[in-house]
Design a binder for this molecule. Sequence first.
Ligand SMILES: Cc1cc2nc3c(=O)[nH]c(=O)nc-3n(C[C@H](O)[C@H](O)[C@H](O)COP(=O)(O)O)c2cc1C
Length: 573
Amino acid sequence: MNKAAGALDPLDVVMRYHQETKHHFSRSARAPASMDWANQPDPFRRFQGSPLIALPVLKPDEAPRSPLYDDLYRPGAISSIPVSIRALSRFLEFSLAISAWKQTGEVRWALRSNPSSGNLHPTEGYLLIDGVPGLSPFPGLYHYAAKEHALELRARLPQESFTSLLNGFPPNAFLLGFTSVNWRETWKYGERAFRYCQHDVGHAIASARIAAQTLGWRMLLLDGVADDTLGALLGVNRIQDFNRAEREHPDCLAVIWPADQAVAGSARETDLLPLFLAADAVRDSTRYIWHGTANRLSRDDPVQWVFLNQVEVASWKSSTEHRVVAVNRSGHTASAPGIDPRQSGAGQVIRQRRSAVAFDGETSIPVGSFFTMLGRVMPRIERDLCWHPMPWDVLPWEPAIHLVLFVHRVDGLAPGIYMLVRDPAMAGSLRQSMRQQFAWSSPPGCPEDLPLFLLEGGDARRMAVQISCGQAIAGDSAFSLGMIAEFEPSLRRHGPWFYRRLFWETGVIGQVLYLEAEAFGVRATGIGCFFDDPVHQVLGFSDATYQSLYHFTTGGPVEDLRLTTLPPYGLDH
Ligand SMILES: Cc1cc2nc3c(=O)[nH]c(=O)nc-3n(C[C@H](O)[C@H](O)[C@H](O)COP(=O)(O)O)c2cc1C
């Protein structure tokens, strides 16, 4: 990364990057003129020379068995299981593993539990964990090798280093880190790719949070950690280990722990957890014993895009915030609204998640299901209680994303454009920034605590397709949507590094909706390709206060019958 770009004003760079990577009706964001297939990056990173420890490949009905899907959202419904190699195997299966192979003719490609724009999966996962029987007697830093469903030992940690690193966190806690091989997205999408990498990180955060919940584990992003610290801890700043290999950008670090474990000596119901790591403990990473060198992913060196390089530097998080957050141990006891009991297992829903490549233009969903799905993306801010429901408890910032919905086929709800205000305190500001003629009326039967508003009735199918780069999936579905970020004000309030967090939050919303769609017997698809400013024109946004960052669609899928599906890791399910 060219740090000289840091001489520019970072906020200005981020704002300009966003502007320059918008797709317009008349021209697309800068991207390769054609696909350089011979140079396509390998979606699987390996560290040559690192000891590889295979994780047990578990059948769906083997322990640890997954709970009912709806129980994921019922506080206290799932008891914690201890951290073991089998539990880690399940955790990684549900978050980052291969979920199926697809084949047509001679061509075969893997799908994973987490989706990825372009399916080359820029997001790499790392665990920093104490000794676990079957894995190692010593604490270590491991890279997750998805193709093998195995952990590669990147570094062995002195016991005292690990202990001081996790000091202040509940017993048996471990760390999960994500990095991005940005080249896996830039190869295909050029300059807009940085956005897609961030979306993918958001999807991975949610996949991991939900996977943790299946085991009764909690997860919290340690958002006070600076990117330099993260790079050092995960070893992606080690130039000597990435000789000629495509680099990884440090993204985020999370702490995961069995929910029934309290910090030693703390009050029973609420723990205060730091969102940062002690400086001494981090400096200790120089004492780790490192293994392995990263594999080369493409034949040629990555193509350089000027703006990409600049936005990486400008959105780099240089600060460490010494914040703590209160974490409620038992979760909230109020019942979540609008839940229809469903009998699908969480594991089944996670394994079957796929992106629809086409929708049938017929399937509708009942309005009750629609309200339930929307209820699941509500962070339900209760500022006094410092509490958010799963998976929103993973993000330690106030929600900054709202949904504009293009409703096409929801039984019991008039077609039209709707707004879901995820932070009700923002309703006034949104209303002021949007078209004055919008109705802002509450739809009939809408649960009282769901801040959903009809803006304008009518057939929005054509418009939804047009603004989604002409993709029919936005109009043939039951509903599609745009995720609207509180944009410039958030960047000014937090700093330019928050740019990446805005995308992460959209990815978490997308992942929740992907699984909700599966649980309701329909299917979903993320939409990264949309015409930014035309979306804003439709809604009446005239400046950078609000920006649409990600689109999404849900409906009855049309299967591609030419493709064969094969199970992962030799499993037969
Ligand atoms: C951030 C993001 C953006 C995406 N954008 C599009 C899109 O614009 N059009 C589309 O058809 N699919 C899109 N997809 C779906 C991906 O192509 C899909 O996730 C990938 O091929 C892997 O397949 P799977 O989701 O079935 O595992 C997107 C997915 C993500 C995560």
